[in-house]
Design a protein around this ligand. Sequence first.
Ligand code: PHE
Ligand code: ZN
Length: 880
Amino acid sequence: MRDAQPKNIYLKDYQSPLFLIDQTHLRFDLFEDYTQVDSRLVMRRNRQQHQNNNEPLVLVGQQLALLDIKVDGELLTSADYLLEGDLLTIYKVSNNFELEISNRIEPQNNTALEGLYKSSGMFCTQCEAEGFRRITYYLDRPDVMSIFTTEVIADKARYPILLSNGNAVAQAELAAGRHSITWHDPHKKPCYLFALVAGDLMVKDGSFTTMSGRMVELKIFVEPQNIDKTDYAMDALKRSMKWDEDKYGREYDLDIFMIVAVDDFNMGAMENKGLNIFNSSCVLANPQTATDAAYQRIEAIVAHEYFHNWSGNRVTCRDWFQLSLKEGFTVYRDAQFTADMNSKTVKRIEDAAIMRTVQFAEDAGPMAHPVQPDSFIEISNFYTVTIYEKGAEIVGMIHKLMGDAGFRKGSDLYFERHDGQAVTIDEFVSAMEDANNTSLTQFKRWYKVAGTPRVDVVSHYDAEAKSYRLDFKQSTSEAFLIPIELGLIAQDGSVLEASLSSCAENKADCYDGQLFQLTETEQSLIFSDVAEEPVPSLLRDFSAPIKLNYAYSRDQLLFLMQFDSDGFNRWDAGQNLALDVIFEVMQQQKNGQPITVDQRLITAYQGLLQQSGLDYAMLAKAMLLPSVSYIAETQAEIDIHAINNARSQVQAILADALAEDLLCLYEKLNTQTAYLPEPAQMAQRGLKNTALAYLLKSSDPQYCQLAVNQFGTNDNMTDSMAALSSLVNSAYSTAASIALEEFYQQWSAEPLVVNQWLAVQAGSVEYGNLENINKLLSHEAFDIKNPNKVRSVIGTFAGQSLVNFHAVDGAGYQLLADKIILLNTLNPQIASRLVAPLSKWRRYVASQGVQMKKQLQRIMAQEDLSKDVYEVVSKSLAAE
Ligand code: PHE
Ligand code: ZN
């Protein structure tokens, strides 16, 4: 337990700042054992918002050694200020003044990776959300925006490259082999967007000419050994810059844009103004070391951080309750970009899968929160799938409601109206409303209420009257506005042209032939002149983040798999069919009956394989059975082992039944083409490797050799890793061990590859993996202080090796709790994220839930629990 219980911070308590900082002048003197930070702040009272305020100035700082304070050049004595905990109160300041503060910090001992820290010999920063207070005393809140000038001083031989935001404006050679570079950022910004980097780095150069003809220098800084892994990020960056001009009319606004790759990073990347800092795993790639999945991740994250320049930096958040203002919108923008660069439908399928597994689970667990939360203990805990992905879904729904042109008018107005401001989610919605002359009052409920809405749909066909009715019923007592795309499909597979004869009272315009706006808790659509009973295709394109129930028969699902003109629903019909079959097998297992798999599922999958002309990327998605975590999410009480057994049985039966077709497909796709990270090739490799993974699940041992061959002969990491993964996740443990050993020998010098090697083992779905996890944790390649390694081993174990994490003796839970306790002091953010798998203990069968709870209680009893871990664990244990 901790001494004082951490406090909740409430949105309703928001107050605009009492002071503003017009200019921020920072000077960093970097040494090996400490860094001295000298700040000079040009400040004034915020008289516009607080007329008669004569309050003292209160700054926040964490783990800083204060040296001295001056106000308007006068050194303060200890009577002039109070330093208590994280707060520095300066009693007497005038309306306009200059504040100078000197303090020291120890970046070399910073394992939390917030503020200024060292990673692989270089200095770097991470200030979002509240890391700047670990650098100097400041008004560390996003609605205080300032013009930053930053001088960085360091030993020139060790740190030839010195970077900060904006443009380099001065440079000096200093005594004792030191040098200094001064950066000036002409755009005012909150301190969470501040960044500094110092290191011995190599740079990849590029350039981009903006729509108004300005030349922008592009630079990607990496450790020298990684310079051959920068091409793709540079290419993705240029495409992002062009796309944001074309799609949103957004031009870049500095003469230089820099990306730095660092090995130790808590998240994926950070959008610091003009100086993005990336987790090296989200920026570095070459064909030999990176998989297609990594390439796709890099493309999306480079775009995401770049897009923040407008949605986040030019227009930022008023307070952290508005986090989704920038994150939801930016995730939506990067999803659109990915959809444009690759397959739209496949991107939609992937995003829906994340919503339905991870986000719906979060929304049904103890950390459930609205997209605009109303309280938090530690903001770092709110960088969640709800804020990011559900936030993006909400923006997507606004897009559907406004249409393309209306949405663009809304975003234009938003950027124009709020440029240079720190605003709220409400202001984003208002811009959309005003630009379209419409009201989104009811719609805003999406931002304020946690939980996943459910909609039950029932259909009635009246053959005599030739009318067809769909009744919709929302699960919540107060209705959401839910955009539901739908179509009716005739028996010959064509889209039925039916006319709408009535909607709910006075809502004649609620359906435009594609999009139905459900606004009531109960509402019906009645179609007339319907010659035959159609099959409804509901929630096309996953048009809202809800659970929609309609009692499809298996034959109807088979029909939709074949005929639905909406690609997403074609895929979803297949998933629902497979799900239904898996449920049946679970039931058979429970009753001790023999296992049978509905022949129609097998025939349908066969049909998919034999159907020529189907998009490879789509086919790969269609072939995959619903994941264990998705199936778990559909259960009232989760029994991972029952789910896994049933799913594996179905998978094995399918693999045997389809083996010939799969082999045929594999051979057709296994062409020797030089690797390119482009969509068509990625789709081909993806499908080929899906076929391979299936074949290794069949009972015929001959296919093991296929994986062994692919592992030995290929020119790219995608195919090596896929072969290795199919071996590790199979019964061929000897072949897997040999391949793993060989792989490590070859790649031990490439940390990003070694992380994949750790992850593929940690995530094994084969029983008995726990012992191996312990080996990996003591392997020379593991380092508890490196978040990527922690995620590769511990995160992947708890998230993917589900039957082992949920080992019946509770050993998996105990292992995770041990590591959370260790990380609680080293890196609270990482520790806290690892609690999620345990936090949902109430959803599991009692025998497991009790053991999960026990581990949470053990964590709770620790001394010095960080705010981060405390919040998640205490909320998980709180009475319902
Ligand atoms: N703002 C970053 C992004 O989503 C994420 C991040 C948050 C990174 C906090 C570091 C710390 O782009
Ligand atoms: Zn972001």
